[in-house]
Unconditional design. Structure first.
Length: 221
């Protein structure tokens, strides 16, 4: 089955986009990257998603994450659709602040395992699902999320997971359920008590459990 798995080097594909032809790794440079796919241009849920993404580009920039979208229409369609997206945001005349890949031959959608077999166009061809790939500065896949065409994504959640990915890439911690930046984090299980004490100057607290096992260890990063 085509697709990219966590830890794989993300394909260094070439593609036409609304900012010209790109080679993906050159586009990313040394940054983190987020690639999010859409079923089709000029569709309602996709328009709300792209508009939301455009409205919070500053948040992605702050985190050093380059944004790029993809759908299975042409550059010309993407350029025209972008005008609708920005008008939806009340910013008529402002360009969309990130490029869109034109995957009108579905080459990337097949290579990256992004097609949704339940969403068929008038020609009987599958549309793209709502995929999200977060790529690290080492060009490896750090996170993938796959939603069907009929369910729009939560871009606040995407920022939250990027915060977790960037924190856990730097420190030997993991973020618990519903974690938000500023909350306590968990010490990863592979660290010994002595290593944890040495690594976390803010201290480590351990929750007592019926098993007596000391694995629920919190620290303030
Ligand atoms: C939408 O973006 O609104 C959409 C696209 C394809 C199928 C269902 C909804």
């Amino acid at each position: 089955m085509p697709g990219v798995l966590l830890g794989d080097v993300f394909p260094n594909f070439e593609a036409e986009t609304t900012i010209g032809r790109i080679k993906f790794h050159d586009f990313l440079g040394d940054s983190w990257g987020i690639l999010f796919s859409h079923p089709r241009d000029f569709t309602p849920v996709c328009t709300t998603e792209l508009a939301c993404a455009a409205g919070i580009t500053g948040e992605f920039k702050k985190r050093g994450v380059k944004m790029i979208a993809l759908s299975i229409d042409s550059v010309e369609d993407h350029t025209n659709w972008s005008k609708d997206v920005m008008a939806f945001n009340g910013e008529t005349g402002t360009p969309l602040p990130f490029p869109i890949i034109a995957d009108d031959k579905r080459v990337l959608s097949v290579q990256l395992g992004m097609l949704d077999p339940d969403e068929i166009d008038k020609d009987g061809m599958p549309l793209t699902a709502r995929c999200v790939f977060v790529i690290g500065p080492d060009k490896k896949l750090k996170l993938s999320i796959l939603y069907p065409a009929t369910t729009g994504r939560n871009f606040d959640e995407l920022l939250r997971v990027i915060d977790s990915l960037q924190l856990t890439a730097q420190k030997k911690v993991a973020t618990p359920v519903n974690w938000k930046p500023g909350d306590k984090v968990m010490v990863i299980p592979s660290l010994s008590e002595a290593e944890a004490t040495a690594l976390f100057p803010n201290g480590v607290t351990c929750k007592e459990l019926p098993s007596g096992k000391k694995y629920l260890r919190y620290t303030q990063p």
